[in-house]
Ligand binder design. Structure first.
Ligand SMILES: [Zn+2]
Length: 574
């Protein structure tokens, strides 16, 4: 490809609204352009990389025996109502109406549609297991789209669904997918970990998230020397006791005028945040839940939704709180609280003489004790885990890293096959629901994650497996006939040898051409300078290490081919 014939609108300036490297560099290198909040155009350079990632995903999925299909973006509301998710999914589900006033969702995921296909076509256990997948545009109405294509409202996903006769068969496919995902992310040149996570709105029990290590990542992962790892929302990790028990003292009201936050109340009363219990009211339709966690901890809404079975949960409005507790926000407590199900974190049940809100304006209670002063309806693990909490397997203290979630695999069980009445005939002749799994990869997000891991101050430094171009031929001065002729020759020969090459044939200042080459990040560059040419040499440069070697003109193509071969070999996993 000649640069003058390509469409690569690079930017010199860093766009002001881009706050992470991948967002900045995708804009600057001309890979993407923003159309609207959370909605992006993929320009040709971006599309090349997307297609490379999609192709790796496709090859590895096909290798497992999965079959590719394509389902519509528009999915009829009836199916979502059948599964119950039309009401449960909340504001993130994009909904539209057609001219006949029929409702549709713009698919964020396709469990309902695939289950509908399979319930109509598959009759017998003999046709199982079956794995189907697609690579397609997905929609999610993010409340705050950010980080460019990392958290966009429209993005590209691979979603796969498996159908089984029983749990053992699902387990087998789950492990096959775990292995396929490992190969996919390795082939994309990523450092990542597979962690136990919560299944969120999709449902089901067992799930693993694939996390690309990156400081800019939105997810916090806890891990242990024993090999355990989980997201901070993952089940299993419990908040350890902060203080041993004391003798219970008499409960007392304390005036706390205008003090609503943990800092204000504990500062005023001279106690530690871990001596206080915050009580937060959540609502789901007409149901209310009062969640109790220690003052130094946060409520994990995902865990709370799971243990209460209430989805989606939202923090109650000021009016609801006032109606339920008789006090304004900031003074809620468990003593005498009615009209809400009281759910306490495990760590609350081992506290003595705690400080809580008094359900009375400008008032708190001290020396509140469980059983004597209040009784929770449910005790469960509902707090966000933190670095330093004990490992649920071995008790060691957990450390943490940040990551970008690029893939997730779930065991769904019979959640969707039961609600959608999708059954088959088992070997005994009985009609039973399919056991299901689902497996997603954020294709466009994987591209952004790769940039987060592979960039420096000058631009992107692509792993060769997903680079838009493998080699970059740069004649410094295109008005020098000899240099330009050599550039043309290298470009042609490299292309003929199967190396994807771009020739920067622009009549531009050398500085601009070098900057752009570093920005778009082809792994190898051949620079044809006038001075070197007099000595019969050109420069071959490795983008990642910035190592530069002088090579005789006649050896340039073979040198680059050899480097490309070696680099590619790293990603061939056979
Ligand atoms: Zn451990």
């Amino acid at each position: 490809m000649r640069w003058t014939r390509a469409f690569i609108p690079t930017l010199k300036e860093t766009p002001s609204d881009a706050d992470i490297a991948s967002h900045r560099l995708m804009l600057r290198s001309g890979m993407v352009r923003k159309l609207s909040s959370g909605i992006y155009n993929f320009l040709p350079l971006g599309m090349k990389t997307i297609l490379k990632v999609a192709n790796i995903v496709r090859e590895e999925m096909n290798r497992t025996g999965a079959h590719e299909l394509l389902m519509p973006v528009l999915s009829p509301a009836e199916l979502w109502k059948e599964s119950g998710r039309w009401d449960v999914y909340g504001e993130e589900l994009m909904r539209i109406r057609d001219r006949h006033k029929r409702e549709f969702a713009l698919g964020p995921t396709h469990e309902e549609i695939i289950t509908d296909i399979v319930r109509r076509e598959i009759r017998s256990y003999r046709e199982l297991p079956l794995v189907l997948y697609q690579i397609q545009t997905k929609f999610r109405d993010e409340i705050r789209p950010r980080f460019g294509i990392m958290r966009a409202r429209e993005f590209m996903m691979k979603d796969a669904y498996s159908f089984h006769e029983n749990e053992e068969s699902l387990q087998e496919t789950y492990m096959v997918m775990h292995e396929a995902y490992t190969r996919i992310f390795r082939r994309c040149g990523l450092s990542f970990g597979a962690v136990e996570a919560d299944s969120g709105a999709i449902g089901g029990d067992v799930t693993h998230e694939f996390m690309v290590f990156a400081d800019s990542g939105e997810s916090e992962v806890l891990h242990c020397v024993c090999g355990f790892s989980a997201t901070v929302e993952g089940t299993g990790v419990e908040v350890p006791e902060a203080e041993g028990p004391k003798d219970p003292e008499a409960m007392e009201k304390v005036p706390t005028p205008g003090m609503r936050t943990v800092e204000e109340v504990t500062g005023f009363m001279g106690v530690k945040p871990h001596n206080l219990v915050k009580t937060l009211i959540y609502t789901c339709g007409d149901a209310h839940v009062a969640a109790m966690v220690r003052g130094d901890r946060e409520v994990c809404e995902t865990k709370l939704a799971k243990v209460t079975g209430l989805v989606p949960l939202e923090l109650a409005s000021a009016e609801t709180i006032e109606k339920l507790t008789g006090a304004p926000t900031g003074f809620t407590g468990p003593v005498g609280l009615k009209g809400a199900r009281l759910v306490a974190d495990h760590s609350v049940t081992v506290m003595t003489n705690m400080v809580t809100g008094a359900n009375e304006a400008d008032t708190h209670l001290k020396n509140v004790n469980i059983d004597r002063d209040f009784e929770p309806d449910l005790v469960a693990n509902i707090a966000v885990a933190e670095e330093g909490d004990p490992c649920p397997r071995c008790g060691e203290s957990l450390s943490s890293y940040r990551g970008i979630e690029v893939g997730q695999i779930f065991k769904l069980g019979t959640k969707y096959s039961e609600s959608l009445r999708a059954t088959f005939t088992d070997p005994s002749g009985a009609e039973v629901p399919f056991v299901m799994g689902c497996y997603g990869i954020g294709v466009s997000r994987t591209v952004a994650a790769a940039i987060e891991q592979h960039h420096d101050g000058d631009g992107i430094s692509w792993p060769i497996s997903i680079a838009p171009y493998e080699a970059h031929v740069l004649p410094v001065n295109v008005t020098n006939d000899k240099a330009m002729a050599l550039g043309e020759q290298f470009h042609k020969e490299l292309q003929e040898k199967g190396v994807e090459t771009i020739l920067d044939d622009r009549d531009e200042r050398a500085g601009i051409k070098f900057k752009d080459a570093d920005l778009v990040g082809s792994p190898f560059r051949v620079t044809i300078g006038e001075r070197g040419l007099k000595k019969g040499i050109v420069e071959v440069r490795v983008r990642e290490t910035r190592e530069q070697t002088e090579v005789p003109v006649d050896d340039a193509v073979s040198t680059v081919c050899k480097m490309v071969d070696e680099a590619r070999r790293e990603f061939n996993l056979d």
